[in-house]
Each structure stands twice: as C-alpha cells, then as structure tokens.
Design a protein around this ligand. Structure first.
Ligand SMILES: O=C(O)CCC(=O)C(=O)O
Length: 280
C-alpha cells in the first residue's frame, strides 16, 4: 500500500494520497448507512432535557458498519506504514458538507486540539462521495508539519465548520496548497501537524467523508483525565487508554453507554485543556 518511497514522501510533505480502501459499491453502502444513522446534524436531547453526544462523533462505538469501516485493512496497512503495528483509534468525525453550502474549514493543525504527545497521530480521510476542489475537498500545505505546533485562536463565523472556529495564527500561502481529491472509497492520510483546510462545497451533491484519527499505542494523553480509545491492530503494551468495546448491535444500550462514556471523558479532559473543548 505504501512503499518506502511513499513513506518518505509522507515524512516530507505530511500527507499521502490517494489510496483505495473499498470499491465504489461498498462506499455507497456505507454512505447510505451513514445517512440513515447520522443524518441528524444537531445533538439529540434526552427525555430529561440533556444534550446527548452526536452520532457524528466516534460512530464506530455505536454502529457495526462504522466499526468495520474504521478497521478497513487497506486503511490500517497505510496507517501501519507510518505509525507502526500497534494502532488505536482516538477519535473520528463525520465531515458532511451539504451541496452548494457555505461551510468551510479554516487552516488548522489537528494536533492542537487532541492533547496527545508525542505528535504522531495521523488522520485517514475516507471519501464516501466525490471530494474534489469543486465540492470542497481537504487541502494541505506540503511540509507544514515540520513547523511544529503553531498558535491557534478562535474565529467566530457561522460558516466555520470547526466548533469554535479554531484557526492557525500564521500567514498561510494557500497557493502552495495541494487538493486531496478523492473518489468514493478512496482515502488520504495527513499528519497531525500538517496545516489543512477546506473550502465551501460548490457542487450539486453533498460531500461526505470521515476523518479517522489513528495513534500508535505509545502515544499518551497529556492531561489528568483517563481517556478511552479503540485498539484496531496489534497489541497495547502501554495502557495509556481504557480500551473501548466494539458495538454488538446497532446503537444498543451497551453501545450507547460506551459512546456516552467515551465522549464525556473527552469533555472532562477538555476542561483542563481549553483547545480540546468541543473539538471536532
Ligand atoms: O473534511 C474537511 O473538510 C476537513 C477535515 C479535517 O479538518 C480533518 O479531517 O482533520
């Protein structure tokens, strides 16, 4: 999947693309599953009036189809090539841009918001619809992962798809950016410190993908809260996280409890690390 030259390119540029995870038919099946299970954009409210975690965050704890998706062997092979054989999933976000909508993602580094050390996390972005320059694909500034962690600040804008509008506080030469164009079933990788963003979706179709955050088991959370993560390949010899179970049935009570617990811990952790608050 990633030969020595491709791994060297990833180290140099901070990204690798495009690679194929599944064929278009399987991508369409997952897209339909996603629309059925995660169609609600707003977080649901319980009978007691308490806002519940969104199905669009960590869906692999709720839905067997998503649990299978994040364990896709082709994605894991590529991830293994860059972070090694013992792999945990720390987070996953569904990135859904409606057709011809204004939503955009500002220039940012994922590492700013996760409270992880060292900076070895890699995001796999899997397309379930075409993700092109026209539909607002992810674009990356090559080599920016070498700049280290840059300061970010909140920039409120209703069209900003990051919860608080977290934006890097550095001049970005967008003309040097590379569009990570993907067809359904293809994926890219980007390094946790790679500066990336995406523009509004000008296409006549929704643009849907998942950003899956993989870390080597050696990476730890820097705050005092004990977080949970999912072991998807190899062995966890470090025990930095409580390991999450795979859902047995679609959003059953056990899966809902695991999902809520995982996300609640994340929220607690974010109180000590302000950048983490309500992150994608
Ligand atoms: O999907 C997008 O437009 C942005 C994705 C992103 O920021 C990420 O996967 O880290």
């Amino acid at each position: 999947m990633l030969d020595a030259a491709a791994i060297a390119r990833y180290r140099e540029t901070g990204f690798a693309t495009p690679m194929r995870a599944v064929d278009a038919a399987q991508a369409e099946t997952w897209r339909a599953d996603l629309v059925r299970c995660c169609g609600q954009a707003e977080r649901p409210v319980s009978a007691a009036g308490i806002r519940q975690p969104s199905n669009r965050i960590k869906p692999y704890l709720l839905f067997p189809w998503a649990a299978e998706l994040v364990r896709n062997p082709a994605i894991l092979d590529a991830v293994e090539a860059v972070i090694g054989p013992d792999i945990l999933i720390f987070h996953t976000t569904i990135w859904w841009k409606a057709a011809q909508s204004e939503g955009f993602v500002p220039w940012h580094q994922d590492g700013t918001y996760f409270g992880l050390a060292p900076f070895e996390h890699v995001t796999a972005w899997l397309a379930l619809t075409p993700s092109t320059a026209e539909s607002g694909c992810v674009r990356v500034l090559p080599g920016s992962q070498k700049l280290g962690q840059l300061p970010h600040a909140d920039q409120k804008d209703p069209a900003n798809m990051l919860s608080r509008g977290q934006t890097v506080q550095a001049a970005v030469d967008a003309t040097a950016a590379v569009n990570l164009e993907l067809q359904p079933g293809e994926f890219s990788l980007h390094h946790t410190l790679a500066l990336h963003s995406s523009a509004p979706n000008l296409a006549a179709h929704d643009r849907i993908g998942l950003g899956i955050s993989y870390i080597p088991a050696s990476v730890r959370h820097v705050g005092p809260t004990r977080l949970s993560a999912t072991l998807v390949r190899g062995v966890d010899r470090f025990g930095h996280f409580d390991l999450e179970p795979r859902p047995a049935a679609e959003a059953d009570a056990a899966a809902r409890a695991t999902h809520a617990d995982s996300i609640n811990r994340f929220w607690v952790a974010s109180e000590g690390i302000p950048e983490m608050r309500l992150v994608h």
